[in-house]
Design a protein around this ligand. Structure first.
Ligand SMILES: [Zn+2]
Length: 389
């Protein structure tokens, strides 16, 4: 029997992730990633203007030019852009250059909802280009000047993209998935650009081996993530800790997000909190009008919101405070703890946000998250000093 195996598609070499068919080993790691492969298309050069209905800031323009320069010089980029909004716009210039060369462009993100929205935005920026989206069951058309796709669909594009942009690199489910990582690398023919608001310290340290790190911080936008405070209890005592922290935040009139690991616990915690604090609500994937509840929370209608990880990213609220209940639950890894902590301190005028981890024990994910936040804050501080001098 064969005792050595490397999958030619995804590079998997774990015998536990193989099966036997007709007496031969085959890979099970990339089994979900099979289907039609995209034919390679020769594109005509397109000289297109960038249609934007607003102007980039001087800083954004500088980064856009750097990305473009790297692209022309066949250098990969990691763009660490703290400014939340306006990350996509940073790559339009490089995309314009690629279109003019008749190059193949790909834009990938982990989440399918984002693919649809992104494809529309890119289409409105380059109306004359063929922009297609590929995700889930949506893969009838596989070719175009610009292909917007989930990372799960990259397997269809082997040695394909002259310019591949990858946004939200730290978002589930890509992080730590070696199969997806292999498909990502395999699909790049030319240059790639990674975009992130929260790259891990590991990536920041290691990336210079593969390309250049570009950072976009403005002098006035000190986005330090508050260092989480760990509050240790056990079983029901954790709930007592939650009540204590919540009541302090409510007294200081700050909106509070309470993250809990499961839907069941979210409902349960909310039921208990409601007895003392009427002015809140709960959101999770099984609740229909989530977005209305979130909007109401943003408008100040509720003082607290109990949530599962559905709100892990994307919510910006002035003065927000965060409590993660049972932060030692396996549903949270270091990356998601950092991501959630990053909800706080998004608005520059309110930098006194707090993050509380309520735990029974301090596990590795918690320790890693805290040291990652510390390292990032130090990095940020050094960048800010560089800028202001
Ligand atoms: Zn494989």
């Amino acid at each position: 029997m064969q005792d050595f195996f490397i999958c030619p598609s995804c590079g998997n070499d774990d015998l536990n992730k193989t099966g036997i068919r007709d007496g031969k080993l085959y890979c099970r790691a990339c089994l979900p990633f099979q289907g039609q492969n995209a034919p390679i298309i020769k594109h005509f050069p397109l000289n297109l203007p960038i249609t934007l209905n607003y102007e980039l800031t001087a800083e954004q323009t500088r980064i856009a030019e750097e990305i473009n320069k790297n692209y022309v010089n066949k250098t990969n980029s990691l763009v660490y852009a703290v400014c939340g909004a306006g990350k996509t716009e940073l790559v339009y210039l490089a995309m314009q250059t690629a279109l003019a060369k008749g190059h193949q462009i790909g834009f990938t993100v982990p989440r399918r909802e984002v693919v649809i929205e992104l494809a529309m935005r890119i289409k409105s920026t380059f109306p004359a280009a063929k922009v297609i989206s590929v995700f889930g069951d949506h893969h009838d058309v596989l070719t175009g000047n610009i292909i917007v796709l989930t990372t799960h669909q990259l397997f269809r594009y082997k040695n394909y993209f002259d310019l591949l942009i990858f946004d939200e690199i730290d978002a589930f489910p890509y992080v730590g998935d070696l199969v997806l990582e292999a498909f990502f690398k395999r699909s790049v023919k030319g240059v790639y650009v990674l975009l992130s608001a929260t790259p891990s310290q590991k990536l920041l340290t290691e990336f210079p081996k593969q390309g250049k790190v570009l950072t976009l911080f403005t002098r006035f936008h000190n986005n330090k993530i508050p260092e989480p405070k760990v509050s240790r209890g056990f079983l029901l005592f954790n709930f007592v800790l939650l009540l204590k922290h919540l009541s302090l935040f409510i007294k200081s009139k700050k909106p509070v997000l309470i993250f809990v690991p499961t839907i069941r616990l979210a409902n349960f915690i909310y039921k208990l909190l409601k007895l003392d604090y009427k002015n809140g609500n709960v959101v999770h994937s099984k609740i229909k009008d989530n977005s209305k509840i979130i909007d109401d929370f943003k408008k100040g209608k509720y003082v607290y919101l109990v949530t599962t990880t559905v709100l892990e990213r994307g919510v910006t609220i002035k003065g927000l405070q965060v409590i993660i209940y049972n932060a030692d639950h396996p549903v949270y890894d270091a990356a998601s703890l950092v991501q959630i902590s990053g909800r706080v301190g998004r608005k520059k005028e309110e930098s006194d946000g707090e993050v509380i981890f309520i735990v029974t024990r301090e596990n590795k994910a918690i320790k890693d998250a805290i040291s990652d936040i510390k390292a990032k804050n130090e990095y940020l501080q050094s960048m800010l000093q560089k800028y202001s001098s």
